[in-house]
Design a protein around this ligand. Structure first.
Ligand SMILES: Nc1ncnc2c1ncn2[C@@H]1O[C@H](COP(=O)(O)OP(=O)(O)O)[C@@H](O)[C@H]1O
Ligand SMILES: [Mg+2]
Length: 243
């Protein structure tokens, strides 16, 4: 198995706060890898360190065997890293196809218009948006916006896609759609790293789970294993049940 993402002793301090502290993990090609943990555990900060939006205080990020710790987000995108955000921000007055085209063109400098259009149409197909290609992005439902956000990331032809709470705000039926969508993306050969609060979604999707608490890795393993771990129940599930 080849390693797509390797984080080694990653740390990020904000002033006196160790938001991420000595975090190491590996994500293998073809995996669906979940990062879970209570609010403020450092999950989003990890994705920001992996995608290059933040520079680590210490540690290293490798993407497909290459050290990208000092690389910009755009360089990491070109190296195969795609990202969909929790708060979706499409260009409202552009059609879905135009929005996805922007993703294709951004992902590969020098890509011909025809190739970009081909990629955009593929990404729309995988995300089930072909019939809506000509619709303006401002007219979408929340679920359609999430699909568009994933289509835009897919159009950059990523080897690995980072998803930060893409299920947030979805109704149960929509969440089931979204689970199907993430699996469809993985079946295209894309490795997935996702942050998720909804535990049944983690159970249904994740091959492996990294559990964070207060900036540190609490444990890592298969869903059935980590959810039996007393520290995890204490730190995370207990709080969720009490909420
Ligand atoms: N840009 C920032 N400046 C200062 N503190 C931050 C910043 N980003 C995150 N934090 C803090 O770091 C901790 C981890 O945040 P985050 O990674 O967003 O957690 P999670 O995604 O697990 O909820 C929190 O205490 C948060 O308040
Ligand atoms: Mg977060």
């Amino acid at each position: 198995m080849s390693v797509v993402i390797r984080a080694t002793a990653l740390a990020k301090h904000f002033g006196g706060l160790a938001a991420v502290d000595d975090v190491s993990f590996e994500v293998e090609a073809g995996e669906i890898f979940a990062i879970i943990g209570p609010n403020g555990a450092g999950k989003t900060t990890i994705l920001n360190l992996v995608s290059g939006l933040l520079t680590p205080t210490a540690g290293r990020v490798e993407l497909l065997g290459r050290d990208v710790t000092a690389a910009s987000p755009a360089q990491r995108c070109h190296a195969g890293l795609g990202r969909a955000f929790q708060v979706v921000q499409p260009f409202p007055e552009m059609t879905l196809r135009e929005n996805v085209l922007v993703g294709a063109l951004f992902g590969t400098p020098g890509l011909s218009r025809a190739d970009a259009e081909h990629r955009a149409d593929e990404a729309l197909e995988v995300t089930g948006l072909t019939a809506l290609s000509a619709v303006d992005a401002e007219d979408l439902t929340l679920m359609q916006e999430k699909r568009l956000e994933i289509a835009r990331a897919l159009a950059t032809k990523p080897s690995v896609l980072l998803l930060d709470e893409v299920m947030a705000g979805l109704r149960p039926a929509e969440a089931r759609d979204a689970i199907g969508l993430v699996k469809a993306v993985r079946d295209q050969g894309v490795t997935i790293v996702f942050i998720e609060h909804v535990m049944p979604v983690v159970r249904d999707l994740a091959d492996r789970v990294l559990v964070m608490d207060h900036g540190k890795v609490l444990t890592e393993g298969r869903y059935a294993e980590v959810t039996q771990d007393a520290r995890v129940i204490e730190a995370y599930l207990g709080k969720e049940d009490a909420a």
